[in-house]
Design a binder for this molecule. Structure first.
Ligand code: SF4
Length: 453
């Protein structure tokens, strides 16, 4: 059994403009955005003359040390936490990507997934372009290199040729540029700290570094940050935003403010509503840590059933963890979670999680809770069933592997061995997030907002 059972976010990005410790701040921001990508991290900085870069596999804290940060000179820098959705996890695919084009040096970091790069890559290769990676982001660099005009004109021309989800941070010798695709699928926020401007996938790092949240980059907006201040462009044809609803459900850190709403409060409200939609007679509410915690608190407060941390998660399982052999393979979930018998024995337990992907972990958790003495185990999921894969920058298993794509809720319940199973309704989810037409719900509905090859 794989220990990785959750959908994976495809990257965290950030940039800092006008601070003598720019690379150090980028390091701190990447550290706070670690949940968005754990395969590797990279920083590129500039002293307005030269570019300095360092990339490494592994977690942010492992990838950099004081000496490497010191070598990243200058007062503008960008950074990237990687989780691969296109290309494998090898070093060549790590970002930011840098290039020297006719207008000077440029570096780019991308969160999202482009959906028409196959054709573009083919055309560019036929015209003589040499690609160093399998990453879709490199296509953007090639398009910029081939365009004419100043960097902003080149960028606009290039972005008009690509489709899909992209939040970008771009570094030039004198500027930091932030972009969100016209649908605004992935987030990107602007923060300020004295005369320093910060871009970050999420707002949670702002507090950490003493910055204040200014605003989100709007869907379809390009912000150019240089010594003159912040300039905003909206060069794309306006479309209805389709921001990723799963950022609220699972990806974003609960202490972030996302698209005007507090992520923790949204999750709590999802749990509260779930308790009203699918009530159950029970003695204790137990969250699946960490992703189910806020919804379980909401479920507990909504239902009046007390909450206990009946499952404890081991946070220190790294990528190098050696999974047990077949003979002890059921050990897997036990290493990640431990059931606390004193809270579960003889109880009717409601286990609350944010979502079910393959169903294997839910089954093991239910069995573990029962083995710890629970009299009944009821599963409550604070989002609708996931029936379709994501093509916009989230690593999802194939449709076939998504248990809800081919099984009814009753079949999933039987498989999980739970006494009852309920998901939050799609209408409930929409009610909680508000502005319901502004979101992508494709993994719950199969209706994709943007075209893809
Ligand atoms: S398909 Fe799902 S995970 Fe992907 S962008 Fe849409 S809501 Fe987000």
């Amino acid at each position: 059994m794989s220990l990785d059972y959750k959908l994976k976010e495809a990257c965290g990005i950030c940039g800092v403009f006008n601070h003598k410790e720019a690379a150090n701040f980028v390091y701190l921001i990447l550290y706070a955005l670690q949940h968005r990508g754990q395969e590797g991290a990279g920083i590129v900085s500039t002293d307005r003359k030269n570019f300095y870069e360092y990339k490494s596999t592994g977690l942010v804290a492992e990838a950099f040390d004081k000496e490497t940060i010191k070598k990243l000179k200058g007062n503008i820098a960008i950074g990237h936490n990687r989780y691969s959705t296109t290309g494998d996890d090898s070093f060549v695919n790590m970002q930011p990507f840098t290039a020297t084009i006719s207008s000077g040096n440029i570096a780019i970091a991308h969160n999202g997934n482009l959906t028409n790069t196959h054709k573009l890559r083919k055309t560019l290769t036929a015209e003589g372009a040499i690609f160093n990676s399998q990453s879709d982001t490199e296509v953007i660099l090639h398009l910029i290199a081939r365009s004419k005009g100043n960097i902003v004109t080149r960028l606009v021309n290039s972005l008009k040729q690509i489709k899909g989800a992209y939040s970008l941070v771009i570094l030039t010798k004198n500027s930091l540029i932030g972009v969100r695709d016209p649908y605004g699928v992935r987030p990107l926020s602007i923060g300020k700290m004295n005369n320093t401007i910060i871009l970050s996938s999420e707002t949670c790092p702002f507090e950490l570094i003493g910055a204040r949240f200014l605003r989100d980059v709007k869907p379809g907006e390009i912000v150019i940050i240089n010594d003159k201040g912040i300039t905003s462009l909206q060069p794309f044809e306006k479309v209805e935003p389709k921001q990723c609803i799963f950022e609220y459900v699972y990806f974003a850190r609960p202490d972030s403010i996302l698209w005007g709403k507090d992520v923790y409060m949204v999750r709590k409200r999802l749990g509260e509503l779930l308790s009203q939609e699918s009530p159950v007679e029970a003695d204790v509410v137990v969250p699946v840590p960490d992703s189910g915690v806020a919804s379980a608190i909401g479920f507990s407060q909504g239902s009046g059933i007390p909450l206990e941390f009946g499952l404890i998660r081991n946070h220190y399982i790294g990528r190098t963890f050696i999974e047990p052999k077949q003979s002890i393979r059921h050990f897997g979930v036990k290493i990640k979670f431990n059931a606390v018998r004193k809270f579960l024995k003889g109880k009717r337990v409601v286990v609350v999680d944010d979502s079910i992907v393959r169903g294997t972990t839910s089954r093991k958790i239910v069995k573990m809770v029962r083995a710890a003495g629970a009299r009944e185990v009821h599963l409550r999921i604070a989002s609708p069933p996931i029936i379709s894969p994501c093509f916009y920058g989230i690593d999802t298993p194939t449709r076939r592997e998504l248990i809800a794509s081919s099984h009814s809720i009753e079949e999933i319940r039987k498989y999980s061995t739970a006494d009852s199973l309920s998901y939050l309704s799609l209408d409930g989810l929409k009610e909680v997030v508000g502005r319901k037409e502004n979101f992508c719900y494709a993994c719950f509905t199969g209706k994709y907002p943007a075209e893809f090859e």
